[in-house]
Structure formats: C-alpha cells, structure tokens
Design a protein around this ligand. Sequence first.
Ligand code: FAD
Length: 488
Amino acid sequence: GSADLHCDLLVLGAGPGGYSAAFRAADLGLNVVLVERYATLGGVCLNVGCIPSKALLHVAAVMDEVPHLAALGVEFGAPTIHVDKLRGHKEKVIGKLTGGLAAMAKMRKVTTVRGYGHFLDANHVEVEETTGQAQDKTGAKKTIHFKQAIIAAGSQAVRLPFLPDDERIVDSTGALALKGTPKKMLIIGGGIIGLEMGTVYSTLGARLDVVEMLDGLMQGADRDLVKVWQKMNAKRFDNIMLKTKTVGATATAEGIQVQFEGLDGAKSEGTYDLVLQAVGRTPNGKKIAADKAGVAVTDRGFINVDVQMRTNVPHIFAIGDVVGQPMLAHKAVHEAHVAAEVAAGVILGDAQLAKSQFDARVIPSVAYTDPEVAWVGLTEDQAKAQGIKVKKGLFPWTASGRAIANGRDEGFTKLLFDDSEEAHGHGKILGGGIVGTHAGDMIGEIALAIEMGADAVDIGKTIHPHPTLGESIGMAAEVAHGSCTDLP
Ligand code: FAD
C-alpha cells in the first residue's frame, strides 16, 4: 500500500514492556518495528524511573550507613557532596543501559523509529518524527503498515492542576534531574516513588514534610512492616501530614507556599524550596488515537486486555502501565513476553506458543527505602479485612546472626500460610513481607514459593546458607510450622 514501512509487528513505546516485546518477537522470527518518541530506548524505567532512582538511592544508602558505623567504632567526617558528579554518575548508569538496549535492538534487526506514533486505522500507525531531549516535532512523518501491534505506551505522572508553573515544583522526573540540594522539601503523596525520592533528598541534606490523603504512608504494605521503616526514618521528617489534602500553592521569592486542609477541616501552611508531586501515574491510552484502530480505552485511559494481552481488537495487544495496576516494570516485562509469544504463535501456527498467557499468581512490590520494604501476595491486613484464615510465621532479625553482624537488626521476615480447614494444617504459602536491608533482593524467593505452591515444611526444610538475611525466610517458615517456637 501507501505505507513507508511494512512489518509483521509494530510495538508502540520502548519501555520495559515495549522493548521486551520487540526483542522476544524478533527472536521468534517476526519482522518488528519499535516506535519511541524519546531519544533512547528504555522508557520511564530506564530513563526517569527505576534505574536512575536506584542509582541515587545506592549513594544515599551508603551515606546513611555511615552514622551506623559510628556506634560500631568507626567515625567519618561530614560528607562533601558534588551534585554535578552525582548527577553524572546517574546519567552514566542510564547511558550504559539504554546503549545496551540500542545494541540489542540492532543485533536482533528490530527497526527503531523515533517519534510520536498514533493509529490511523487497525493496520496503520503514523509516526511524527521527534528530535532532541525535548521531543520537538520536526514535521517529518512516516506511515507504518503492520499485521499485528502491541501498545506499550506506558504512563506519566499525574499533575495537580492548581499548582503554579514553577521550576521548584517537580514530578519524579524533575526530582531525578537533581538540580540542587534544597533545604526544605515537601512530598505530596506518601507512596513508594515519593518516599524513595524523599530518602535521596533528605540524605543529601533536605528536611522533609510529607502530605498524604490516606491514613498512612506506603499504602499496600502491611502496617507492621511500614512501622519499622517509619521508626528508622522519623528523623528525616519535620511533619508527616496524614488524612490531609494539598489545596493550593503560591510561588514567592522565599519559596513555594503550600496550603493544606485536613479531612477534619483543619487548615495549615508551609513554605518549601522544592515540592515533589508524587500523587500517582496516569496511563497514556488516550494519546495514541486508539479509537481509529477500534481499540477501546477506558475513561481513565487504560486499555483492557484478556489473559493473552489482546485488546478488543484481536490482532492488537496492550501491555505494561497502560493496561493497569500494578504499574511496575517486572509486570510489564512478563506481559510483553506473553503478547510477543501469542503474536508470533499466531503467525507460526505453533500450538505451544499460541497457548502463552499471563497467569502470574503474584507480583512483588518493593520500596527501595532504607530499610527496604517488600511484600508479595496476600498481606496480613488483607487477610484480616477479607476474613481469610492464615497461619503467620514471623522471624525477627534481632535473632538473625547476619543482621546483628551488619548492625542492622531492625527488620523482620513474615510469611503467611493458608490456615483454612481445607488446608488440614499443611497450608500453602499465600503471601509474605520483609522489612530490612536488602528486603527487595529477598522477596523473589517468597514469590517463587507462592508460584510453586510451597508449604511451611517445603520452605523450612530448604537449606539456606548461613549466615545470610535470606535464612530468615526459612526460619519464618519454621516458626509457622511450629518447630521453632522458642523465638522471641
Ligand atoms: P513506560 O516505561 O512508561 O514506557 C512507555 C514508552 O512509550 C515511553 O518511552 C514513552 O516515551 C513511549 N510512548 C508513549 N506514547 C508514545 C507514542 N504515542 N509514540 C511513541 N512513543 C510513545 N517500577 C518497578 O518495577 N521498580 C521500580 O523500582 C520502579 N521505580 C520507579 C521510579 C519512578 C520515579 C517511576 C516514575 C516509576 C518507577 N517504576 C518502577 C515504574 C516503572 O517505571 C513502570 O512500571 C514501567 O516503566 C512501565 O513500563 P511500560 O513499558 O509499560 O511503560
């Protein structure tokens, strides 16, 4: 036809979802075009999300370890912070990873097209070429014909409409740009992203206020896990405002003056050098003219899919943040593999591949704060709210040799097993949570145990290396099983 490019599979968006889908599909023999408006591949996660935040959090964690060492007999002087160098380190990390993706795309012969893509119909996407970091449109256009497509357009930060346009008011992308080290910072929204960025800035010297509409920080995690984090981090905060709304703000020479209103009607105010909006993310489903292809988009901008990641238009798939919660990179990657395999299976006529579907039982969540908070599957608070009978095994890190040796024994590991009558005392693991250093690196084992349908004996009898923090998972299972009842 009249298209400039033809492909088997067009992937719209090159975040963790999009690049994973493109690579898997290319490996399976499809001719793939990957459309991305940014200058680099990797999407939010690599450019302005998971990776840059962790590059900065690593530095913060090392800095935060220093005061702990004083109690162990080693003291350091006050740190000297070179913000430009720190920013440079973060940029280097991003460059290494996005450069690696570009090389992998080339190796797999995935054609990347830079620009804004939008659907013309159910078999064509038009791409308006972009250039530079600001994604300016050059005016050049390309039409791409596809047999199948995967929408992986991701999400972007929600902006509170009443906040003034001022460079001291930022979203997570602005915070990661690390323009300087503010003295007084407000975080609007006490979720993972806000608290991670707050950790970085407070370690670099900022005093923090946080305002949250709900009645606790880090929603979704069990309150007993969060309590440990909160106790360890109390010193970072001047003011934790719960059940409170941000209702207005004025930019002044002294700072951003922000007005708050409690759900009880109480009014208050604060002045800040930096305000971070971290009130959630909104999907990009409405910005790609999906309707032209007949793809249904919800009022909120999400695209509904089936277990094979197909939209209501069977040859068009959607994956990642744009299909719904949880908006996490590891979820996007797994959905991507399903969509790519189904897309390739249809063409290859391979019965095995055509059966590919997303059937993850659980998706882990991690707050990479200090200490880290990680959880997967059923939480204790959910079990209580839903009346699900569980047997709990909790192992306090005050009994972990490694945690004590590390001088960081504030954490604990908790496992929850099915304690319903049908389980007959051999209930499978339903969920787990860990608070403590490296909790995020350990939560995968609990996810595996849930996927495998392990019970407390399976986990407790698995020999974990000593002395490790990971041992606490085996110990928590033993506690639940009742063979370790002498613990505190
Ligand atoms: P995205 O990564 O959003 O990628 C979508 C891509 O599509 C973007 O590159 C965008 O430019 C492109 N695009 C959109 N529309 C068009 C169009 N019309 N034309 C061309 N291109 C288009 N998740 C974790 O699992 N762990 C973490 O530690 C973590 N930390 C985070 C920290 C921060 C500060 C933020 C903001 C997010 C974090 N996340 C984390 C979430 C994670 O980044 C997302 O879940 C993940 O990036 C989603 O992947 P995706 O492929 O669906 O979309």
